[in-house]
Design a protein around this ligand. Structure first.
Ligand code: SF4
Length: 383
C-alpha cells in the first residue's frame, strides 16, 4: 500500500465529513499514512467531526481494575494466567464501592469495573458476586456503570443490565482471525462477536476495541475499523500494545503512537457521533493531548492514587503520582480548548446512543451470527 498524496487524503476526509462511506481500501490508505504532517490532515478532519457532534465537551471515565486474576493466556497481557510476575489482587466489594465513591466525587461521568476472567467470579454460573458489585456501585454513586468481565453467558448479560450496568466492554483486539489466534490464545474468535451482540440484545451499550503495534498491518486495522462501523457500536477504542514482562511478547519492540492516533481519527470519521476514548493506560498523561487532538472525546483509565489499583497496559504509570485523576486531566483539556462535558450531558448522550445503537450504521450489514454453541466449539484458524 503506497502512502496517499495530500490531495487524496484531503478528498477522503472531505467525503467522510460529507457522510460518504469510505471503502476498505480507502480506510487502509488513511491508516497506512506514515508521515506526521499528512496525518495531521486526518486529525484535523476528525476534530471537525467531533466538534459537530460533541462541541468542546469531553467525558471522563473512572477505572477500577478490581481483580487481576485471570483464567486466560492472552499473549499480550501482563495478567495472563501463567505470568508469575503479574501482581494479583482481588478487591472486596466494600473497597470497590469506596474507591468508586471517591471517583464519583472527583467528577467522573462513569465507573468502569474491569477484571480479568477471574476463575472465582466465572466459577459461579449466576455471577452473583459481580451482580452484587454492580448494584452496590450503582446505588452508592448514581453514576452509569461499565462492566468488563470478559466473556459471560447471555443470562449473565441480562442480569447485569437488570443490576444497573449500562455498558459491557469486550474487545476483539483484532478482527483478523489469524492474528486473533496468536493474541487471544485458545479463545474462540466468534464467541466474542456473538457475546457482544447478545449484550446489545440484553439492552447493554457495547464497546469493542482493538490493539495496534502487535504485528497488525494497515489492512488489519482497516478490517477492524470496518467491522466496528458495521456493528455500529456506541463506543470503540484502539490502544497501542505495551510489551509486558513475563509474557511471550515481552521482547517486541514498542511501536510509536502514530498508528493508534490515525486509527482514533479514522474511527471518528466513520463513527462521528460515537464515544472514542483517549486512554491514559498507554502513555499516561503525556499522551493524552495527542489522543484528544486526533479526535477522541472520552478520557479513560482515570485511577485514584493510593488505592492499590493497577492499570491494564501500564500497571503503574502515573497512578501513584496522581496524574491519572480528574484534577490531573483538566489542564490538558483546557490547553486544547476542551472542557468536561459533565454527567448530565453524558446521560443525554447515553440515551441517544441507546436509540442509535439498536441499528447498525450504513456501510454494510454485519455477517449473520453463528450460534453460540458453534462458536464455543470453534477456534479461529491457526496462524
Ligand atoms: S486480556 Fe483479559 S482475558 Fe486476556 S489474559 Fe489479560 S485479563 Fe485475561
Amino acid at each position: 500500500m503506497t502512502t496517499p498524496s495530500p490531495g487524496d487524503v484531503r478528498a477522503l476526509c472531505a467525503r467522510a465529513l460529507d457522510g460518504g462511506i469510505l471503502e476498505l481500501a480507502e480506510l487502509e490508505a488513511l491508516l497506512a499514512i506514515d508521515d506526521e504532517r499528512l496525518a495531521g490532515e486526518v486529525f484535523s478532519a476528525a476534530r471537525v467531526a467531533r466538534e459537530r457532534h460533541f462541541g468542546d465537551g469531553v467525558f471522563l471515565y473512572g477505572f477500577v481494575y478490581f481483580s487481576t486474576y485471570c483464567r486466560n493466556d492472552c499473549a499480550f497481557c501482563y495478567y495472563r494466567a501463567d505470568n508469575a510476575l503479574s501482581p494479583r489482587y482481588r478487591k472486596t466489594m466494600a473497597e470497590v464501592v469506596a474507591i468508586c465513591e471517591g471517583l464519583a466525587s472527583s467528577g467522573v461521568d462513569l465507573l468502569d469495573l474491569t477484571m480479568g476472567e477471574d476463575p472465582l467470579i466465572h466459577g459461579d454460573p449466576g455471577y452473583l458476586a459481580l451482580l452484587e458489585l454492580v448494584g452496590a456501585v450503582r446505588a452508592a454513586t448514581g453514576l452509569p456503570v461499565m462492566v468488563s468481565p470478559g466473556v459471560v453467558p447471555e443470562s449473565a448479560l441480562r442480569d447485569l443490565r437488570a443490576s444497573g450496568a449500562d455498558w459491557y466492554a469486550l474487545y476483539q483486539e483484532t478482527h483478523t482471525p489469524e492474528l486473533y489466534a496468536r493474541l487471544r490464545v485458545g479463545q474462540a474468535f466468534a464467541e466474542r462477536v456473538i457475546t457482544r451482540r447478545a449484550a446489545r440484545a440484553a439492552g447493554l451499550l457495547v464497546e469493542d476495541g482493538m490493539l495496534t503495534g502487535i504485528g497488525d498491518t494497515a489492512a488489519d486495522r482497516a478490517r477492524s475499523v470496518a467491522a466496528m462501523r458495521e456493528a455500529g457500536w456506541p463506543q470503540v477504542r484502539v490502544m497501542t500494545f505495551v510489551p509486558q514482562e513475563g509474557t511471550p511478547l515481552a521482547d517486541v519492540r514498542p511501536a510509536g503512537d502514530l498508528a493508534e492516533l490515525l486509527t482514533i481519527a479514522v474511527l471518528r470519521l466513520v463513527l462521528p457521533d460515537r464515544l472514542i476514548p483517549a486512554s491514559l493506560d498507554v502513555d499516561g498523561i503525556r499522551g493524552l493531548e495527542r489522543r484528544l487532538a486526533a479526535g477522541a472525546n472520552v478520557v479513560t483509565s482515570i485511577v485514584p492514587p493510593t488505592s492499590g489499583l493497577a492499570g491494564v497496559s501500564n500497571a503503574v504509570l502515573d497512578i501513584d503520582e496522581g496524574y491519572r485523576t480528574v484534577a490531573g486531566v483538566l489542564p490538558h483539556l483546557k490547553r486544547l480548548g476542551l472542557r468536561p462535558a459533565g454527567t448530565a450531558a453524558y446521560l443525554e448522550t447515553l440515551e441517544r446512543l441507546r436509540v442509535a445503537g439498536a441499528a447498525p450504521l450504513p456501510g454494510g450489514a454485519a455477517a449473520p451470527a453463528p450460534s453460540r454453541a458453534a462458536a464455543v466449539g470453534s477456534q479461529a484458524p491457526p496462524p
